[in-house]
Design a binder for this molecule. Sequence first.
Ligand SMILES: [Zn+2]
Length: 235
Amino acid sequence: MREVLSKLIDLQKIDSQLMDIEELKGDLPAEVARLDKQLDSLSAGISESKVEIEELGSKQRRLEAEVSDTEETVKKYQDQLILVSTNRAYDALMAEIDTAKRSAESDGMQALEIEEKIQHLTEQVKADEIALKEKTGLFAKHQKSLQQTIEETEVEATRLAGERKRVESKIDSSIYQNYERMRGAHNGEAVVEMSRGSCGSCFSELPAQLSADIRAMNSIISCPTCGVILYHSAE
Ligand SMILES: [Zn+2]
């Protein structure tokens, strides 16, 4: 058991060092992923807006053509007014002119509304493009810094990973699984040094006999309160 315990202590030391390396990267991996997502959605939004601007533009041009056609028609009708001989024909033509004018007015209003929409969208696209540029710069900066940290720590991380595998292979799988479970539940700490008769993780005082057993280092003993494996270091 003494040997198993010492292997577990080794494993914990390796895992703590690996955790330190992860911590060096800090929030960078999450930040890089978050920015990457934002960049995607910004780009998609800009593309969508540009398509919409195109569509609105052609609709606006259609309406404006419609307006000038109608205005032509109105002019033609007005020219015809002097040629009509009856009141009835005159009234009918006036009614046509009225309808045409109203239609041109409504088309003109619609074209104006569309123009406002286009203007709004264009401003939005401009702002989004500025944001995109800024975020792209930030993304590149974070990514570079993350890459640097990875490169700087890679040799050490690889060495530790190899060492970890070697130690792990010497530990009974059920004990190893228990270790991993404990590590998951205690922020990466499964094997903790006893500190002045108390658990080094939850700091609860240990019964005298238990603390003596831990000192003896002959068996794997868990803290009765939090469950971490406790050991005693002679140093
Ligand atoms: Zn404890």
